[in-house]
Design a protein around this ligand. Sequence first.
Ligand code: HEC
Ligand code: HEC
Length: 294
Amino acid sequence: MSNAWSWYVIIGTVATLVACFWVVTYANKQRASKEEIAESEAHVWDEDIRELNNPLPMWWFWLFILTVIWSALYLVWYPGMGDFEGVGDWSQEQQYEAEVAAAEAEYGPMFAAFAEQDFADLARDPAALGVGASLYANYCSQCHGSTAMGARGFPNLTDDDWLYGGSPQQIEQSILNGRSGVMPALGAALGGDQGVDEMVSYVQSMQDGLDQDSPAHARYMTLCVACHGPTGTGNQVLGAPSLVDDTWLYGSSPQAIRKTLLEGRNGVMPAHGDLIGADRARILAAYVYSLSNP
Ligand code: HEC
Ligand code: HEC
């Protein structure tokens, strides 16, 4: 917060507290005059209820005063007055870090014990898989789905089709360091609309074998082969998907393929190493591995 905003908040807060205090004490001094009492005889409801300006009952008055004092003390102890940090030495960050440290102290040894086992044992250990499932729900399900079946642009982790490889070690690398698949935009290189249309049909027919007679074949062999391979099976080092299976990251419709060719694609799996640490990543890798290798 800049200095000016900090003062703005402080002055606003103090002024509000002073105003509250003033209103409560001012109202407490108001007493109905003789004339008002006389006049109020004209407005009587239910035989004895009259409308008059009189002080609050004392307990109520003091409750208001206490709230004002409580707020003032609160704002001295906790941060709240602009940049003033409060004398109580409390902050959200500190509390968060303390809670994380406490959780780490409690669960860390358990994660570490699991992480010492090798993948084959981990992937068969129901306790480790249970932990893996809850880690998955926490860190991965928002992108890969609660059943890990993925969605458009987010790979399915339960099938045996892998962009970057399905060994436990490769999965662990995907989790620790993240992945970034770069499919360049190739509309111009394909020579505009007609070239793109031809390539779309060519890609759609690749599953039935490469059509050497298609005008797109020669272009495939120059523009695409380096990443998707001479037979279209892809390249796991680059994360270039196979174009000859029937698993599609972005969809198999002509529209989807057209969009891929014209605009390119860049799916990003964020690196999780710093966020979750090596032990959790290892348990997660075993869990993900177990999904396609029951
Ligand atoms: C912000 C979204 C996001 C989150 C969170 C995320 N992922 Fe991913 N993940 C992706 C995307 C997108 C890809 C595909 C990258 C690409 O297209 O090259 C991917 C790829 C992967 C791959 C490689 C799949 C393959 O076919 O080779 C694995 C394994 C994986 N994620 C596991 C996980 C795990 C485990 C977690 C939880 C720790 C996780 N992901 C969290 C978006 C995410
Ligand atoms: C530099 C390497 C590279 C080149 C060259 C390249 N691609 Fe790709 N392609 C990729 C990568 C990587 C992806 C995955 C993108 C992602 O993960 O977001 C991809 C994705 C695709 C997809 C989407 C597949 C799916 O499952 O939805 C199609 C279709 C495709 N490429 C076709 C082509 C064609 C046709 C050419 C040539 C005209 C080509 N690519 C050239 C790297 C490349």
